[in-house]
Design a protein around this ligand. Structure first.
Ligand SMILES: *[C@@H]1O[C@H](CO)[C@@H](O)[C@H](O)[C@H]1NC(C)=O
Ligand SMILES: *[C@@H]1O[C@H](CO)[C@@H](O)[C@H](O)[C@H]1NC(C)=O
Ligand SMILES: *[C@@H]1O[C@H](CO)[C@@H](O)[C@H](O)[C@H]1NC(C)=O
Ligand SMILES: *[C@@H]1O[C@H](CO)[C@@H](O)[C@H](O)[C@H]1NC(C)=O
Ligand SMILES: *[C@@H]1O[C@H](CO)[C@@H](O)[C@H](O)[C@H]1NC(C)=O
Ligand SMILES: *[C@@H]1O[C@H](CO)[C@@H](O)[C@H](O)[C@H]1NC(C)=O
Ligand SMILES: *[C@@H]1O[C@H](CO)[C@@H](O)[C@H](O)[C@H]1NC(C)=O
Ligand SMILES: *[C@@H]1O[C@H](CO)[C@@H](O)[C@H](O)[C@H]1NC(C)=O
Ligand SMILES: *[C@@H]1O[C@H](CO)[C@@H](O)[C@H](O)[C@H]1NC(C)=O
Ligand SMILES: *[C@@H]1O[C@H](CO)[C@@H](O)[C@H](O)[C@H]1NC(C)=O
Ligand SMILES: *[C@@H]1O[C@H](CO)[C@@H](O)[C@H](O)[C@H]1NC(C)=O
Ligand SMILES: *[C@@H]1O[C@H](CO)[C@@H](O)[C@H](O)[C@H]1NC(C)=O
Length: 307
């Protein structure tokens, strides 16, 4: 597995060769991954246009299903979220738009990275040729996402077959693999178990994965699993967490998430959550800084009283 800091230093020197590295591609975040901004379900042409023109967005998340372009009968990878199976945007068109946009983009503050979310192995396998033909790997941050293991909440969705997914992914060694667990909303306070973490670690090891890895973890569950999250990051060299939340009903223990982020550091955690939650979570670092500044001033004051 990649040694991230060595990789980043290498990228600073060989800048142009490492555009796939997120810290090189988005220098404005200064290594603070919690500052990366996200757009979701960018699955149609008009929305893609508006997001490309939105400088506030860094990473574009989009879903791929097998289906048809509006007006066609050919079944191809299209941008869409199940149960939809038609779209006005194919994966090929999507990838071309991103490549063109980034090639023309002359400012690091407008260019975009991409997270492709695959719900089935068929959709992924049938997208390999398109992704390869787009020549995009290595040119911008490209993440390939799937839930490959069953999570702690008895989710009804079946995970994507882990061995098949990781085997096919080996064709994209310059991408980040975003691999997680199926989950669902639950009002039972629960989190990722030790077994969940061991399963993931073993799955990665068994499949000889060399890609950089991020683990998408559901905010409500991650907040209840601090030891497990740390164990996971320690087990998989150079890995990061992507804390996500979408269900408004999820009860998120914000204080625990703040502790988690403070403990593992802003260089290890992406924060892909609704704005109101992001504000609550990040308000902590401000408070902590204010508190340590306050303590420093008090100590300085006390010290100066004695001298
Ligand atoms: C395009 O995608 C956005 C975001 O997912 C959605 O709100 C909008 O309804 C979609 N538009 C069309 C025409 O499908
Ligand atoms: C798309 O979904 C509709 C409704 O479920 C179904 O009737 C149709 O066969 C599907 N088309 C394809 C290409 O899968
Ligand atoms: C399905 O497509 C319609 C029309 O493009 C869009 O408004 C809707 O958001 C899509 N649904 C999902 C689940 O993506
Ligand atoms: C397909 O085309 C119809 C008619 O032009 C339009 O109403 C519909 O929104 C389109 N669907 C998608 C998914 O683009
Ligand atoms: C950057 O790109 C924009 C749009 O393509 C263009 O209008 C602008 O002149 C460019 N700026 C520089 C400094 O090249
Ligand atoms: C992926 O597609 C190839 C043909 O392109 C096929 O040989 C292979 O069995 C498929 N793998 C999976 C896991 O579907
Ligand atoms: C990708 O690269 C190949 C070989 O360099 C080239 O033939 C092809 O046109 C490129 N495709 C795109 C979409 O730029
Ligand atoms: C999942 O199912 C098991 C066995 O049925 C049950 O004990 C557990 O409480 C369920 N967990 C959740 C979060 O619903
Ligand atoms: C990545 O894949 C390319 C093309 O498949 C190959 O040439 C290269 O050696 C691979 N790099 C690593 C580090 O595996
Ligand atoms: C959780 O939801 C179930 C069914 O939706 C309900 O019966 C139960 O009272 C709820 N428990 C809590 C703690 O809210
Ligand atoms: C992983 O590497 C080992 C040792 O080289 C090899 O025996 C094994 O078949 C590989 N497993 C996979 C899934 O590629
Ligand atoms: C992760 O897997 C490796 C290889 O199987 C093993 O040596 C290590 O102890 C595991 N770490 C954890 C925390 O489970």
């Amino acid at each position: 597995m990649k040694n991230s800091s060595f990789f980043t230093i290498g990228c600073l020197i060989l800048h142009r060769m490492c555009l796939a590295d997120i810290n090189t591609f988005f220098p404005q975040i200064k290594g603070d991954l919690t500052l990366v901004t996200w757009a979701h379900a960018v699955n149609n042409a008009s929305y893609l246009n508006s997001i490309l023109n939105n400088d506030a967005i860094m990473m574009i998340e989009a879903d791929i299903v097998l289906g048809t372009l509006n007006g066609s009968t050919e079944i191809i990878p299209i941008m869409g979220h199940p149960p939809n199976n038609t779209s006005d945007l194919s994966l090929a068109q999507f990838m071309e738009r991103i490549s063109d946009f980034n090639a023309k983009s002359n400012s690091t503050s407008s260019r975009k990275g991409v997270k492709l979310d695959f719900k089935t192995i068929e959709a992924f396998n049938n997208s390999v040729a398109t992704i390869t033909a787009s020549n995009s790997t290595g040119k911008y941050p490209l993440w390939i996402n799937a839930d490959i293991l069953r999570g702690p909440t008895n989710a009804t969705a079946d995970p994507v077959n882990a061995d098949q997914f990781l085997s096919i992914s080996q064709q994209f060694n310059n991408t980040v693999l975003s691999i997680g667990w199926t989950t669902r909303f639950t009002n039972i306070s629960t989190g990722y178990s030790d077994t969940n973490i061991e399963d993931m670690n073993n799955t990665i090891t068994k499949n000889n994965v060399t890609n950089e890895i991020t683990f998408p973890v559901r905010a409500a569950l991650a907040a209840n699993s601090l030891p497990q999250m740390k164990k996971l990051l320690n087990a998989v060299n150079g890995s990061t967490l992507t804390i996500w939340s979408s269900d408004e009903n999820d009860k998120v223990d914000v204080a625990s998430l703040k502790t988690l982020i403070a403990d593992v550091g802003h260089t290890k955690v992406y924060l892909d959550v609704p704005e109101h939650l992001r504000k609550q979570i990040l308000s902590n670092s401000g408070n902590r800084m204010a508190m340590s500044a306050f303590i420093t001033i008090v100590i300085a004051g006390l010290v100066s009283m004695f001298y």
